[in-house]
Design a protein around this ligand. Sequence first.
Ligand SMILES: Nc1ncnc2c1ncn2[C@@H]1O[C@H](COP(=O)(O)OP(=O)(O)OP(=O)(O)O)[C@@H](O)[C@H]1O
Ligand SMILES: [Mg+2]
Length: 237
Amino acid sequence: MPLLELDRLAVNYGPIKAVRDLSLTVEAGEIVTVLGANGAGKSTSLQAIVGLLPVHHGSICFDGQNIAGQSTERIVRRGLTLTPEGRHIFAPLTVEENLKIGAATRSSAEEVSRQWDQMMELFPILASRKNQLAGTLSGGEQQQLAIARSLMSKPRLLLLDEPSLGLAPQVVELIFDLIGRLRDMGLTILLVEQNVHQALDIADRGYVVSGGTVVLQGTAAELKISPDVQKAYLGHA
Ligand SMILES: Nc1ncnc2c1ncn2[C@@H]1O[C@H](COP(=O)(O)OP(=O)(O)OP(=O)(O)O)[C@@H](O)[C@H]1O
Ligand SMILES: [Mg+2]
């Protein structure tokens, strides 16, 4: 049984059908990437999965249960978390305060303290800047904070929406390296990315979304050599 299974998911903004009949699966332990042009419906899908947008029809099964229609808080408690596009950190709060907010769905102090220790180990830059205001961090540091905050809820499945957006090449490397390490630690990841090369290098499988639905899917190796992917995303004629 897949850890996550979307079956004919549809999400509308009023009359606009942003996601239509989108089906995909993510198996435990995988990195699955979702590729697609601007406006394809990638962020809309991720937001619907975590209950931030209502599902028009279709189902979202997480760990065998349909979570469509459940509150975001309940979904996060189940072990599914989104790091949204554009690093929505709380700028006037410190790094530490941001991370503690991420743990709000975890009730035991012991659990929170264990996650905190793990984040300080995974993100040395955040450890050295615990008391700095988040808004004064660099772009790359803010992205690390956004991911660390998501991880504070101890997810089993992490949804990442364009984590490398707008970052310098070296920082992009650092973020992808981190994604690989999270997978090695047992986390399952659904990754939306515009850096198609790097996404396909790290992913096990991928889906190409266009006009709100899946138009191509395969293993990362298959997608890399697909003429359609090469033409649209990898800069080959
Ligand atoms: N709040 C909204 N109200 C109306 N339409 C919206 C809203 N948010 C997104 N859309 C539309 O839904 C479609 C899908 O948008 P979405 O943000 O999911 O695309 P995306 O694949 O994440 O694109 P990008 O790569 O640019 O982030 C687009 O046509 C967009 O204009
Ligand atoms: Mg988007």
